[in-house]
Design a protein around this ligand. Sequence first.
Ligand SMILES: *Cc1c(COP(=O)(O)O)cnc(C)c1O
Length: 378
Amino acid sequence: MKLQMVDLQGQYLALKQEIDAAIAQVLANSHFINGPDVTRFAQEFAAYNQVPYVITCANGTDALQLALMALDLQPGEEVIVPAFTYVATAEAIALLGLTPVFADVDPHTFLLTAAAIEEQITSRTKAIVPVHLFGQCTDMAPILALAKKHDLYVIEDTAQAIGAAYTFPDGTAKKAGTMGHIGTTSFFPSKNLGCYGDGGALLVQEDALAAKLQMLANHGQKQKYHHDLVGINSRLDTLQAAILSVKLRHLDIFNGNRQASAAFYNEQLALLPGIKLPTRAVQSTHVFHQYTLICSDISREALRAHLQQQGIPSMVYYPLPLHRQKAYEQYHKNKNPLPVSEKLSNQVLSLPIHTEQDPEQLIFITAAIKEFTNQQYR
Ligand SMILES: *Cc1c(COP(=O)(O)O)cnc(C)c1O
């Protein structure tokens, strides 16, 4: 049995006919850059998310950079991000000469909270970037209220939560990435909606902001060779757009498969000593980009080694919080410790989860984990 964190090849083989036809069509048309498939995918993706505008771009990191560029933030202004996330979130901020300010996360859901954000707000704060980490939405209602009170922009990094939905206290539900001013996402192959290379997109509510982002992603031009803004070159290529159109039709099924795997893990691993299962955020659905355990009272490294011996991969997302990273320590001088992020970095362990897992694989993985905890707590 070959176990992998994600099974991209298995998924491709399951969709082979549709995907191959879509690729062949692009090759036949040979509109490799900004072909009609790009516009079509942007429209389909906007419809799926029920958001007025989608601007596609080259990757999720560019999407974050473009979002920040569009808001005209000035060097030295502060943007609050979780300390426990992938580096891209802070990288785009630092690259633009802005100051990333790290806030701690909730110990159960791994997500930013309004209370943790509020502690970090200063007169220089201009924006907040909640990250819908591992596949569920940050509790957005209190964060949006806080942002409104302090006149802050909200950029949702929804690279890991495409398809998840958040329910507001009044009962209305919205898709991840459509609640703040701008949502950013990534189509990196292993993401819930992944292409076969790099890709990204921005989800936007407002006309003027959408028009500006479209220009920024295309050398600052609306009309060819007339550059009104200093932009960048960030494009989703036509082949990837065609592949994404096919995969978008299957996204809810993909997410359903991930949820089924998570439910199996939950059932089998419940009540095992020394580990905590992922906690569900009550207001959000969960699309399980990752299924992440907390090794609260067993050695994570020993568990990893035990799994590895049986050919079961596992990953630590993320081993070092951002404020402890060499490149980002400078932004955290003389600041309060972020104990939850530090503790999680030492205790989290993500198990294989993807769209092609069969019961046999899941039984094998959970049996190995049970065997380990039984040995530890004999
Ligand atoms: C993957 C990811 C990104 C970056 O996406 P790329 O397409 O790889 O640039 C940004 N933020 C988060 C939370 C991610 O998981």
